[in-house]
Ligand binder design. Structure first.
Ligand SMILES: *[C@@H]1O[C@H](CO)[C@@H](O)[C@H](O)[C@H]1NC(C)=O
Ligand SMILES: *[C@@H]1O[C@H](CO)[C@@H](O)[C@H](O)[C@H]1NC(C)=O
Length: 522
């Protein structure tokens, strides 16, 4: 399935789960949106884009932590007032559409949604430009220049996807983390991941390096109380694997496992200790909701990319062959019931339980077979019986025990790792939530971004242009313009799709979040 030149899959056992899709992506738990909170170390430069509805269906983004000007050469520019006017008219059209759609039966609604008026080209652009961002990362000596383009177009309100980026300072400063967190059953789990993944990964890389030094007679690392569990996880994974792991895959795996432990088991223990009803939503909300997570560590000095994936987001590499044609190479494995390895793993871990994958979902509910959060597939039954009635009554509609819940946990956050050594033919990396891949094949994605690349990165290509300067915007426009049957692009398609207001839009498209990292950017 993948043909990267150098890669190792280090996936393992554990259990994953999540409800996205018909069952999964129904309107999420009625958690009341809260302002994004930071809650982790100040020194981290992670910034995360997500939540908070500005206008109907159009989300503004929240910088959880501002990158410093030195790290981010180009910040997003304030939207021109014509964009604001166009966004307001989109909101008005959505409001009118909602009035039309409410009160219809589900089937009538689907037909009526297709007949809504189209957005204008200006309105489409306003939606596409609202959250785009692009910047350049200058290398320190030995590394390479990176250009980063990001964008998001929501379907859920509030959006359940988050993007986060951070330089990893622990060792090489030519090492950067790029990630996407696609939440389900609400946004709360994804929001936590976006804020906390960078700082925890940074620590994890640092401890892994120190432990390696210790083996060679180096000094014992100093471990603060709050980091003991992380270090224990690192040691345990290394022992279980029984072989010498590369440092980055080990640090990523430990970070994912420890993060999920904090969100799901740690939060439960904390709540039981404190017994404060007031803190229930804050502590347990992220556990009840869930999220996929894909984290890529790009190291331009070591010339390698390591991708850790839990769930069904996907990373693709755009490879430009010597003869000028382009090839798509997957840098991650999707973990759903479509993946035979995952189905076999689930059967092995839950012998004799026929319903473990039912109708293509974990216990008939969750689409990804690995995920963060989703305590309805992880907590012991006793904890669910104790706390779910209260959580449910507080509006957490996913606080219910799935049928055939016999041998939890059914879902794991343990990632599958793909490592790839970068060559000169590798031109860009696309990281996106499954909302993109619902609309486009891998080859279509690489085909679209390669057009952008040829127009922006070739000295001899001055005659080539693209409508959008931002690579992620260019790709999302192509994705939403692609007609499902003919595979041709038509602007009518995107004008129609973006006219459908949330929550009804979710029947036609998912949140789409894209990060494109151009390697050796000119
Ligand atoms: C950290 O950097 C040094 C020098 O560049 C290198 O020798 C060492 O292997 C690096 N350690 C890790 C953990 O990458
Ligand atoms: C370029 O080379 C690849 C593999 O070697 C081949 O599949 C492809 O058809 C070639 N493209 C052109 C335009 O010749």
């Amino acid at each position: 399935m993948q043909n990267t030149r150098s890669r190792r899959a280090l996936g393992t056992s554990a259990t994953p789960g999540q409800d996205s899709g018909a069952a999964g992506k129904k309107p999420s738990a009625s958690d009341t949106p809260q302002p994004a909170s930071t809650g982790s170390t100040k020194r981290s430069l992670t910034f995360a884009i997500g939540g908070i509805v500005a206008l109907l269906g159009v989300t503004s983004y929240t910088l959880l932590r501002q990158p410093t000007p030195a790290d981010v050469a180009a910040q997003s520019k304030p939207a021109p007032s014509s964009t604001q006017t166009a966004l307001e008219s989109v909101a008005t059209k959505h409001g009118d559409a909602l009035k039309k759609l409410d009160g219809l039966s589900t089937k009538e609604r689907r037909e009526e949604a297709k007949r809504l008026g189209l957005l204008t080209a200006e309105e489409v652009n306003a939606v596409l430009y609202a959250k785009e961002n692009s910047w350049v990362i200058e290398p320190t000596s030995g590394g390479a220049r990176l250009r980063v383009d990001t964008n998001q177009v929501s379907s859920n309100a509030p959006i359940e996807d988050y993007l986060a980026w951070t330089p990893l300072a622990s060792n090489a400063s030519n090492r950067h983390m790029f990630s996407v967190f696609d939440g389900h059953a609400g946004y709360r789990c994804a929001e936590q991941l976006a804020a906390r993944m960078g700082p925890m990964l940074d620590k994890s890389l640092d401890f892994v390096a120190q432990l390696a030094e210790l083996k060679k007679g180096g000094k014992k690392p100093e471990i603060e109380a709050g980091d003991k569990a992380l270090v224990k996880t690192i040691r345990q994974i290394e022992r279980e694997a029984g072989l010498d792991w590369d440092q980055v895959p080990l640090a990523l795996t430990a970070t994912f496992i420890n993060m999920d432990y904090e969100l799901v088991a740690g939060a439960l223990a904390e709540f039981r200790k404190q017994q404060q009803l007031m803190r229930m939503d804050e502590l347990l909300g992220p556990a009840v909701s869930g999220s996929c997570g894909l984290v890529a560590v790009v190291d331009t000095e070591a010339k390698e990319v390591v991708v850790a994936n839990t769930g069904d987001s996907r990373a693709l590499l755009g490879v430009r062959l010597k003869n000028g044609s382009w090839k798509a190479v997957r840098l991650s494995q999707d973990q759903t019931a479509d993946n035979a390895n995952e189905v076999a793993r689930m059967a092995r871990e839950h012998p004799g339980e026929d319903a473990v994958i039912h109708r293509g979902r974990v216990l008939g509910g969750l689409m990804p077979t690995r995920a963060f959060g989703d305590c309805r597939y992880k907590w012991p039954l006793e904890a669910q019986q104790d706390l779910f009635p209260v959580l449910y009554s507080r509006g957490h509609r996913y606080a219910t025990t799935p049928p055939n819940y016999v041998t939890p946990p059914y879902v794991t956050a343990r990632p599958v790792i793909v490592k790839h050594l970068l060559s000169d033919e590798d031109k860009f990396i696309v990281i996106a939530s499954d909302g993109l891949y619902d609309q486009m094949t891998d080859a279509e994605v690489i085909g679209s971004v390669s057009q952008w690349y040829e127009a922006h990165n070739r000295k001899d290509a001055s005659t080539l242009t693209t409508e959008d300067d931002n690579a992620a915007t260019h790709l999302i426009r192509a994705a939403l313009s692609t007609d499902h049957s003919s595979r041709r692009q038509s602007d009518k398609n995107i004008r129609r799709l973006l006219a459908i207001p949330p929550p009804h839009s979710r029947r036609f498209r998912d949140d789409i979040s894209v990060t494109i990292v151009t390697l050796n950017a000119e």
